[in-house]
Design a protein around this ligand. Structure first.
Ligand code: GLP
Length: 259
């Protein structure tokens, strides 16, 4: 796991966008794993700017990590809409190449299975963007999630519903159920870049980067990923024991070594 501590969310967005641009130039039909939440927004802003300067997404495809169950199609806070509004509408990804779990499906297990099959049909997720919840969740894999899990329905912990209530008019509107790629699904991505900013993430970051690998902290599974990058601002990094070591390592990284 490479931990990089940067000055702020703009620098984090820029470095993650560098990795995505490098991937797309090397592999124009790359498959991106797309995350929602506030943290990845600077990445999408940066990629939209790069598209304005000619970066071509026409052969790229994207898979969303997760979705609420029960929001009506087109609800502005459904993750399908958020991904469309914040990212895919701002670049030239073909709409048919943008996928998300179907939270409106009558048969949820079938929708989950179909989503796994769609990812498998695309080959492999080349680069998966991730945020992290204050309870250590990735996607919507709440504490206790199996490390082998695939796309499935999950119940949200109240802390997550409260954290996400800011996107809705009241807590009561936040769905209790979600569909999320499993931890096993996420672990199959070639490269995972997790972004975290703000002091409210410091404990979760400390737990998953330096704590034991345990289902109580789902993001800790990334300690087993062969290519995981963690981009943090100073506040999110503030509880890390080895912060100075990560800074020193990044500052002295050989020029030829990419993220
Ligand atoms: C939601 C999403 C996660 C995201 C998390 C943190 O629960 N399902 O994918 O990482 O929120 O969001 P934020 O970046 O807004 O803190």
């Amino acid at each position: 796991m490479e931990v990089v501590i940067l000055g702020g969310s703009r620098q984090i967005g820029n470095l993650a966008a560098d990795a995505i641009e490098e991937l797309i130039r090397r592999k124009p039909d790359a498959v991106l794993g797309l995350a929602t939440g506030s943290t990845p927004l600077p990445v999408y802003d940066d990629l939209a700017d790069r598209h304005g300067q000619g970066l071509d997404f026409s052969r790229t495809s994207g898979f969303a990590l997760d979705e609420y169950v029960g929001l009506p199609a087109g609800h502005p806070e459904s993750y399908r809409e958020v991904i469309r509004r914040e990212f895919t509408n701002r670049v030239n990804i073909a709409p048919e190449n943008v996928h998300g779990p179907d939270g409106t499906a009558a048969d949820i297990p079938a929708a989950c299975e179909a989503y796994e099959q769609a990812i498998a049909a695309a080959g492999v997720v080349d680069l998966q963007l991730l945020g992290v919840g204050t309870d250590g969740h990735i996607g919507f894999n709440e504490p206790g999630s199996s490390f082998a899990s695939r796309t499935r329905i999950k119940s949200l912990i109240e802390q997550t519903r409260r954290d996400n209530a800011r996107f809705f008019t009241s807590l009561a509107e936040v769905p209790h159920h979600v569909i999320t790629q499993g931890l096993g699904t996420i672990m199959a991505a070639r490269h995972v870049i997790l972004l975290a900013t703000g002091a409210q993430k410091a404990q979760a970051v400390r737990d998953f980067v330096e704590g034991p690998v345990a289902a109580i902290c789902p993001a800790s599974v990334l300690q087993f990923h062969p290519h995981a990058t963690v981009l943090l601002d100073e506040s999110a990094a503030s509880a890390l024991k080895l912060g100075d070591f990560y800074r020193h390592t990044y500052e002295n990284k050989p020029a030829w070594q990419a993220l």
